[in-house]
Write a protein that binds this ligand. Structure first.
Ligand code: 6CS
Length: 364
């Protein structure tokens, strides 16, 4: 397990060669790569006259993990629908650099499609940090997904904020409820006092952990296994499938089932590229984005429950799994609620309007 993850740092280094090549703007290695084609076949609905397209789709995860599986399935479906005219190269995490490099490549058009976690864009798209607020979405992951699908606050208002930064979200989807891992029991906020917590880079994620008294440290997940192993950080948060697949439980003694937040990923495209595509090609993309919603929901559900069992039964790397009671969760929630005001007053550029609309949609 560890071996697969330990090659990450190396891959990231090698990736910079590719990044340099790709960042030459929209330069292409074959006809129509990253372009909208000439518009032939526009609106016809058929694929006979469709040009050939070669696109890049970058993810923040590895083969076998949710984002990569999503992108592979997406590519397969578009290839079938277009009778082989649409070819999408899917990149694993590290294949094109760090999470932050990947966002830049989407923005400058070096890649056309990307799965982006809002947790890496918070310094830029301030409103997107709404996802850093703990105990915001329903505990039921299915209900959360329904909100992600139907929310106007997210799909219209927040999407417009991303588009101002050349990132167009086409869908928001859950990778599952987030849990904590640590090398000790964490059952009350005071257990987090001065605790070195690894987080993604969005500033509000750090605020959420400071509210518990923790000492948060942002870093790429490519460095996380080693950082946990060496004690540079003492804990982290992630959905269960990722904790197991990235082997974090190997270097942590406890997993705390806290369900304090939901891991939300976005399927995004470069807006200029997307808007420049012929209508029938855009329609194929939109249709596939819709089809992928139940597909990825079922996959996260399956992986999160199967890998929970795997963690519980892993005798080589025993992990104490603690399920927080409602009372224990309430103590964390009490500390987390004031961070909403911090978001409204210090983070939001629209006085928390997106958060307040989202709260109404959630029914809080
Ligand atoms: O913790 C992280 O940073 C990573 N977690 C997940 C579930 N996906 C990719 C992300 O970079």
């Amino acid at each position: 397990m560890f071996k697969r993850k330990s090659i990450l740092l190396l891959s990231i280094l090698f990736a910079f060669t590719l990044v340099l090549a790709a960042c030459g703007g929209n330069e292409t290695s074959s006809d129509n790569e990253g372009s909208g084609g000439s518009g032939e076949g526009d609106g016809s609905g058929g694929t006979e006259e469709m040009e050939e397209y070669n696109w890049r789709f970058v993810t923040e995860e590895l083969d076998g993990q949710l984002q990569y599986e999503y992108a592979e399935e997406f590519a397969k479906r578009l290839k079938e629908k277009s009778n082989g005219k649409i070819n999408i190269d899917v990149y694993e995490f590290g294949g094109l650099g760090s999470e932050v490099n990947q966002v830049e490549q989407l923005q400058n058009g070096a890649v056309q499609l990307a799965i982006v976690s809002p947790g890496f864009t918070g310094g830029m798209v301030k409103e997107g940090q709404v996802f850093a607020l703990h105990f915001l979405f329903p505990d039921d992951v299915k209900k959360t997904q329904e909100i992600l699908d139907s929310s106007e606050a997210l799909n219209t208002d927040l999407a417009a904020k991303y588009e101002e930064h050349d990132i167009k979200p086409l869908a928001f989807w859950t990778e599952g409820a987030m849990q904590w891992t640590a090398n000790k029991e964490v059952t009350t906020p005071s257990d987090f006092e001065n605790f070195k917590m690894r987080t993604q880079t969005s500033p509000l994620i750090l605020e959420s952990y400071k509210a518990y008294g923790a000492n948060p440290t942002p870093m790429s997940w490519g460095e996380l296994y080693t950082a946990l192993d060496r004690g540079t950080v003492e804990g982290q948060e992630n959905p269960i499938f990722f904790i197991e697949d990235a082997s974090f439980h190997e270097v942590q003694s406890h997993m705390i089932v806290s369900n304090h937040n939901n891991y939300v990923a976005m399927t995004t495209v470069n807006p200029d590229w997307y808007n420049g595509l012929p209508e029938n090609v855009r329609a194929l993309i939109d249709e596939t984005v819709e089809e992928m919603k139940p597909w990825i929901f079922d996959l996260q559900d399956k992986m999160n429950s199967e890998l929970l069992e795997k963690i519980k039964t892993d005798e080589e790397n025993p992990t104490t799994v603690i399920e927080l009671t409602e009372e224990q969760r309430a103590a964390f929630k009490e500390k987390a609620l004031p961070v909403r005001d911090f978001y409204r007053e210090e983070v939001s550029t629209v006085d928390g309007a997106i958060l307040d609309k989202l709260l109404e949609e959630i029914g809080q």
